[in-house]
Ligand binder design. Structure first.
Ligand SMILES: Cc1cc2nc3c(=O)[nH]c(=O)nc-3n(C[C@H](O)[C@H](O)[C@H](O)COP(=O)(O)OP(=O)(O)OC[C@H]3O[C@@H](n4cnc5c(N)ncnc54)[C@H](O)[C@@H]3O)c2cc1C
Length: 448
C-alpha cells in the first residue's frame, strides 16, 4: 500500500500524472471507465497553438504507460467504494465485462468484419460515424482490444439483426456460443478471445493517495440553438474536429452532413448558448483557440474555403495564442465581432443563413454558409457527482471538483491524500493539464 497510488481518469492529465509518479518508483493504478485510455485528446485532430497532430503526441505516451513496469492500466473500470485505512485508502473497483479476453485478443479485426450490425457511433454519429456491435474505440486504442456492446448480448439489438438476438438463453449461462459470428471468426483466426458469458469483476486495492483526473465534457447545445438538431449542417465544434480528422469518420474530408459534399463557406459561432437556458454561463477558455485552430486547418485543407468566426470577446490568454490568432487572420480567416440572433435553413440547398448584429457597425447583417459550427464550451463530466459521493469530497457549483483553496492549496481537496488535476478542476487546455498533472503527481507521491 505504502508505495501505490490510484489515478482516476486516463486522459492526457491522468497519463502524465501516472508517468511522473512511476518515475519516482511509485506503483500506479491508472483507471478509466471507458474501454481505452486517451480521453478527449485522442479524438482531436491537431492541437493549438502549434497545430501538431494530437494523437501523434499522445499515442507514444499511451504506449509508454502501457509498457511501464510500475503502471497497471485498468480500463472499463469504475471506482465503487473508498474507505480511509492505515493512513491511505482501501478501494473497491469494478472491472466491467468487455466480453473479450484481453490477453487473447490481438485487435486483428476479423470479428469486426463478421459482425452483421452497424450502429451510429456515440461520438461521430451526427457526421456519419458508425461502429459495429463489436468494436475497437479508435485505431491507437490502449489496450488495443475489442469491446462488445452489452445490448448485443441481451437481445436488445434483435430487430437490428444481431446474430445472437434470436437466442433464448441468457449469454451468461453458456460457455460456448454456436450462433455468434464474432466467436466463429475469432476461432478461425486461432484465438478464441470472445467471451460473451464474461461477468464484471471486483478488484480490491490499497493505495496511499488518489488523484482525480476525470476531465471535461463538451457542452451539448440545447435543441434548436441556432438550428442545432433541426438543421443537418449545424454541428458542434467537437463534431467539426472529428470531421477534419484524418482518423475520423470522413477520413478528414470536410463535407456537409446533409449531402456529403465539400463545404466552401463555413462559420463558427463563439460562446454559443452563453446566457441562454441550457447554455454554458461561463467562459470555457479554450473555445476561441479551438475555432482559430479549426479555421486555420480548414484553410490548409482548401485555401479557397471562406471562413468566418463570429465572436464577442476574444480569449487568447496563453503563450503563443495571440500569434496563433494573427496567423489565422493572415491566412484569410475573418473575425467578425457579432451578436448572432438566429439561423434559417434553405430547405432546398440546406445552406444556412445567419442573422446577426455587427457589433462594430451596429448593422443587422445576413450571411449564408454551408456548415455552421457552434463553439458551445466545456462542462463538468457528468460522472463527477457519483465519484464525489464515493470519495466524500465536494464539487463546486459548476460540477468540477472543489480545490481546498484555489490560491494556497490548488490541486488539493478537503480530504488529505486526494488530489485533482486537469479538466476535473475546470475548463483547461492540454498544456495546463500536463502542468497540473505533474504537480499533482508530486503531491501524491510525497510523504504526508
Ligand atoms: C473540440 C475540442 C478541441 C480541443 N482542442 C484543443 C487543442 O487544440 N489544444 C488544447 O490544448 N486543448 C484542446 N482542447 C481541450 C482538451 O481536450 C483538454 O484540455 C484535455 O482533454 C483535458 O485533459 P484531461 O485528461 O483533464 O481530460 P479528458 O481528456 O476529458 O480525460 C478524462 C478521462 O477520464 C475518464 N473518466 C471520466 N470520469 C471517470 C470516472 N468517474 N472514472 C474513471 N474514469 C473517468 C474519461 O473516460 C477520460 O478518459 C479541446 C477540447 C475540445 C472539446
Amino acid at each position: 500500500m505504502d508505495n501505490s497510488i490510484l489515478i482516476i481518469g486516463a486522459g492526457v492529465a491522468g497519463i502524465n500524472c501516472a508517468l511522473n509518479a512511476a518515475k519516482y518508483g511509485t506503483h500506479v493504478y491508472l483507471v478509466d471507465d471507458t474501454p481505452s485510455i486517451g480521453g478527449m485528446m485522442a479524438r482531436l485532430d491537431k492541437t493549438f497553438p502549434t497545430n501538431d497532430c494530437s494523437i501523434c503526441i499522445e499515442a507514444p505516451q499511451m504506449y509508454e504507460v502501457d509498457n511501464h513496469p510500475n503502471i497497471d492500466i485498468l480500463t472499463n473500470t469504475e471506482v465503487r467504494k473508498v474507505k480511509k485505512a492505515d493512513g491511505g485508502f482501501s478501494v473497491r473497483l469494478i472491472k466491467k465485462a468487455r466480453f473479450i479476453d484481453e490477453e487473447k485478443c490481438t485487435g486483428c479485426g476479423a470479428c469486426l468484419e463478421a459482425c452483421p450490425v452497424t450502429v451510429p457511433d456515440e461520438l461521430d454519429g451526427k457526421i456519419g460515424g458508425v461502429r459495429k456491435l463489436i468494436s475497437i474505440p479508435f485505431p491507437q486504442a490502449v489496450p488495443n482490444v475489442m469491446v462488445i456492446d452489452p445490448d448485443c448480448r441481451y437481445g436488445r439489438m434483435r430487430d437490428k439483426g444481431a446474430c445472437v438476438g434470436g437466442c433464448v438463453v441468457d449469454c451468461s449461462q453458456c460457455r460456448e456460443c454456436p450462433i455468434a459470428l464474432c466467436v466463429a471468426a475469432c476461432r478461425k483466426e486461432g484465438k478464441d478471445a470472445v467471451r460473451l458469458w464474461q461477468a464484471n469483476k471486483n478488484i480490491n486495492i490499497a493505495v496511499r493517495s488518489i488523484v482525480i483526473a476525470t476531465g471535461i465534457a463538451d457542452a451539448k447545445p440545447p435543441r434548436g440553438l441556432y438550428g442545432y438538431d433541426l438543421y443537418d449542417n449545424v454541428v458542434t465544434y467537437t463534431q467539426f474536429e472529428r470531421l477534419m480528422n484524418a482518423g475520423g469518420p470522413t477520413g478528414g474530408q470536410i463535407i456537409r452532413p446533409s449531402d456529403r459534399k465539400h463545404a466552401h463557406r463555413i462559420a463558427w459561432i463563439q460562446c454559443a448558448g452563453r446566457g441562454l437556458e441550457g447554455g454554458v454561463p461561463y467562459c470555457s477558455k479554450v473555445c476561441c483557440m479551438v475555432a482559430t485552430k479549426q479555421s486555420i486547418i480548414t484553410k490548409e485543407h482548401d485555401p479557397q474555403v471562406d471562413t468566418t468566426v463570429y465572436y464577442n470577446d476574444l480569449k487568447a490568454y496563453g503563450k503563443g495564442f495571440w500569434a496563433f490568432y494573427e496567423k489565422a487572420r493572415e491566412n484569410g480567416v475573418k473575425y467578425v465581432r457579432a451578436r448572432p440572433y438566429d439561423v434559417f435553413e434553405d430547405p432546398e440547398t440546406k445552406n444556412l443563413t445567419v442573422r446577426y448584429e455587427d457589433l462594430d457597425s451596429g448593422e443587422l447583417r445576413y450571411d449564408e454558409v454551408e456548415i455552421l459550427v457552434l463553439s458551445t464550451g466545456l462542462v463538468a463530466n457528468s460522472r463527477n457527482e457519483r465519484l464525489a459521493k464515493i470519495l466524500k469530497i465536494q464539487l463546486d457549483k459548476l460540477g468540477f471538483f472543489k480545490e481546498k483553496d484555489p490560491i494556497s492549496a490548488p490541486l488539493e481537496t478537503e480530504v488529505e491524500g486526494i488530489y485533482v488535476c486537469g479538466g476535473a478542476t475546470g475548463p483547461i487546455d492540454i498544456s495546463e493539464s500536463v502542468v497540473q498533472a505533474t504537480a499533482a503527481s508530486l503531491k501524491a507521491v510525497s510523504p504526508r
